[in-house]
Design a protein around this ligand. Structure first.
Ligand SMILES: Cc1ncc(COP(=O)(O)O)c(C=O)c1O
Length: 367
């Protein structure tokens, strides 16, 4: 049996939207992007959604809209996808790392507190695997120290924290629509905010810094981060599937939990009582991870390690973060984490095969 780690749920509806868009002859940023933005904003209950061509671009736009610049510090988790850190470096600002919570793998508010200096301007948490961090604590720290909070919600569309949807926390929030994400526009992302001024600035930065009321007049340096209507067409069809996708992922997670409940040698995912988990990742902690992956791969099962190397250990960050201290929790999680396959089309038979094969691997290598 061949089991991929992830697979987008794309079909006739996406095809129809794409064909309609091609036939309309408007394929670059236009009415479909606007419609996609409106649909997602309405779902999140937020005033503005600004579509861009990746989750990374969304972070770049958001940090530029907050005017983060040289000399500023932005606190990020030591355990995140490289894009979170890169977006800070794009501003010529300094990413300052905080360690993570050993249960949720999200930024640890206590360590955030420790890392605040006079230069700190922003806290930039992620929602690991879709699960929200302790936003109450993070927002309180941001307020006490007069800092911005930017939520990197790349993995979190469909999640909630204390009844409020993820991708809506802080001054600005972002999401990714990369092909492996909960829903996809192939590549893409959005920035979300309730602030009219920040939203306007985000729209300007996305579109070459052009004045929206004056063509070819550029008050700020921007980028071409526009999403195309072709990508938005896929995003629109995908967005309609979101409830179905979330429900299926919840069921897969539940079946994994059930399948592994008596298995010694692994730590099952912890879900905080305050969250609704959209299950982008199904993460487990194991020892001897490489052996387990080798075994699963040999049986045709695709595995993703998100992420094997924390930011301070990335070669690209050696110079930028030199003299940095260690982040013991991030280091241990990066060494032990493993994310099992999860995709909409996964059948019970396929999942049973993953469960049984994973148990075999754990019994062989984790005892
Ligand atoms: C936490 C996090 N931030 C940012 C990104 C970047 O998104 P994209 O790949 O769409 O640029 C990702 C996606 O992989 C992510 O997981």
């Amino acid at each position: 049996m061949k089991i991929p780690w992830a697979m987008p749920y794309i079909g006739e509806e996406e095809l129809k939207e794409v064909i309609d868009t091609v036939k309309s002859t408007w394929v670059s940023m236009g009415p479909r992007v606007k419609k996609f933005e409106e649909m997602v904003a309405e779902y999140l209950g937020i005033k503005h959604a600004i579509a861009v061509n990746s989750g990374t671009a969304a972070l770049d736009v958001a940090l530029k809209a907050l005017k983060i610049g040289p000399g500023d510090e932005v606190i990020i988790p030591a355990f995140t996808y490289i894009a979170t850190a890169n977006a800070v470096v794009y501003q010529h600002a300094k990413p300052v790392l905080a360690d993570i919570d050993p249960k949720t793998f999200n930024i640890d508010p206590e360590d955030v507190n420790e890392k605040i200096t006079k230069k700190t301007k922003c806290i930039l948490p992620i929602d690991y695997g879709g699960q929200a961090p302790d936003y109450d604590a993070l927002l309180e720290i941001a307020e006490d120290h007069n800092l911005f909070l930017l939520e990197d919600g790349a993995e979190a569309l469909g999640g909630e924290y204390k009844g409020k949807k993820t991708c809506t926390f802080g001054d600005l929030a972002t999401v990714s629509f990369h092909a492996a994400k909960l829903i996809t526009s192939v590549e893409g992302g959005m920035v979300f905010t309730d602030d009219d001024k920040l939203a306007e600035l985000c729209r300007i930065i996305r579109n070459q810094g052009e004045d929206p009321n004056r063509k070819y007049y550029h008050p700020v340096i921007g980028h071409n981060y526009r999403m195309s209507d072709l990508h938005a067409a896929i995003g629109i069809a995908q967005f309609r599937r979101l409830p179905e996708i979330l429900e299926k992922r919840r069921k897969i997670a539940e079946r994994y939990n059930e399948g592994f409940k008596d298995l010694d040698g692994v730590e099952l995912p912890y879900v905080s009582e305050h969250v609704k988990h959209p299950w982008f990742f199904y993460p487990l902690l194991v020892d001897n991870r490489d052996k387990i992956i080798e075994y699963l791969n040999s049986k045709g099962i695709g595995i993703r390690v998100g992420w094997p190397v924390p930011i301070h250990k990335q070669p690209a960050y050696r110079e930028i973060l030199k003299g940095e201290q260690r982040y013991p929790v991030a280091e241990e999680v990066a060494e032990r984490i493993i994310n099992l396959p999860m995709y909409h089309a996964m059948t019970e038979e396929e999942q049973n095969y993953v469960i049984e094969t994973f148990k075999e691997a754990v019994n062989k290598f984790c005892r």
